[in-house]
Design a protein around this ligand. Sequence first.
Ligand SMILES: Nc1ncnc2c1ncn2[C@@H]1O[C@H](COP(=O)(O)OP(=O)(O)OP(=O)(O)O)[C@@H](O)[C@H]1O
Ligand SMILES: [Mg+2]
Length: 520
Amino acid sequence: MSSSAVRENGGHRSALVEMQLDALYQVSQVLSRSADLHEILSDVLHVLHEAADMQRGMVSLLDPSSGELMVGAAHTGHREQLEKVRYRPGEGVVGAILKEGDTLVIRRIADEPRFLDRLRLYVPDLPFIGVPIQVGDEAPIGVLAAQPAADDGLLTERARFLEMVANLLAQTVRRAWDLEKERQALTDERDRLRREVRSGYHLDNVVGHSREMRRVFEQVRQVAKWHTTVLIRGETGTGKELIANAIHYNSSRANGPFIKLNCAALPDNLLESELFGHEKGAFTGAVAQRKGRFEQADGGTIFLDEIGEISQAFQAKLLRVLQEGEFERVGGTRTLKVDVRVVAATNRHLEDEVEQGEFREDLYYRLNVMPIFLPALRKRTEDIPDLARFLVAKLARAQGRPLDITDGAIRTLMRHDWPGNVRELENCLERAAIMSETGTIDLDAIQLTGLEDKLPTPRKNGAPAPETDLDDPELDERERVIAALEQAGWVQAKAARLLGMTPRQIAYRIQTLKIRVKQF
Ligand SMILES: Nc1ncnc2c1ncn2[C@@H]1O[C@H](COP(=O)(O)OP(=O)(O)OP(=O)(O)O)[C@@H](O)[C@H]1O
Ligand SMILES: [Mg+2]
């Protein structure tokens, strides 16, 4: 190159730098405007065209879901037409820039074998510069490309300039995407809430679409909003504990503790220290101070299961906590105050117990502020198919193998009257699953569980079927309790009377003899 040519090129170069500085300023102004991303990109390309001599600009952005590049904006050409054009990474010149993450400078685009001309945008005789759009060292998220008006020997400088613009664009695109993601998350959340409100009867892990269960779901939603005491009633196995959980986890206390206590499992003195805690030395064995369940449940919910089983003396103590929210630890004098929502459950007919003077009336009213009655399974047989499938899926997870159930098996299940309700159904299906080698629970598997025996069978002369003699010395303790429960239609209090036990005694026996399998 002659010295005059160098000088001329030098003058040319400073003119270019000046022009580019001005263009950069304009780009920064475009970027600082808040507008929709497509508009910003189009405006930037316009500035490049008008102020930086970089023509036919085009921005392609990665579509994160498909991994393809789509044209985000182009200075010329129709938007609709451009939107159809896509490149896979590596495909064509633009795809290659995205894949390699390197700037590409081509003196004459027509000479480039990878040039696909999908956009029909470029002038074949002119140079082409494409740069990756990327934030820092991250993988490129798009490509910015344009054609200088001529090959003036300053393609490297032009490429630098285009890189600067691409860096600025990268921040803007990333911000727009983040905003879009946030907006999407908010819409999803709104839609989810809407669906939840609309369906109204869906609670996690609680299956049922019968009218009776829909009413229960509605009640759960209502009570979950408030802090009132809830009394859940229903026969054994109808899902009282499940509903207590649902109330807690659908309430504003969901992030607080959920503490359970089975009142039937403990004698009075232990029950008291369990619930209220005790001070060190309060009784033999109280070697250290201990917080009770009420204190543990502060800010959350306490679930008092089998509340119908507590003694008269204990009823009085409980009444005070419910009324005043206060109590003392056993052996302590300091009065403690807690913020606890009480959910209680019972399968007893509390009104009868009140009538007979076995349950305090004042406590009954305190507890019965918001009663929720869980219907017996035999009153809502239409829920059995869904329940059976749900429970089989749960068993499949527990057993770690695929399980399914035939329609014939489900029909048989619907004919049974389920005195032990959902728990009995669950146990029956578990036994059937064990019997089934193939993993398909069919009629045979159900019958093998002995369910057929309980199906209402025509009885000769209307005479009742022979019942197990509860005094039969051949029976062991477990068989005797089960026989009594069966004869009592699984009503524990009745079975207790048959055996000459107190309800608490039978509840305790049932637990220690593991007659009801709660968890797998
Ligand atoms: N609607 C339901 N959907 C799904 N599973 C249920 C439903 N109702 C009950 N179950 C399941 O049945 C079993 C028994 O339910 P749960 O322990 O809540 O009954 P319960 O009323 O507390 O019985 P009990 O009075 O004998 O203590 C549990 O494994 C529970 O998950
Ligand atoms: Mg229970």
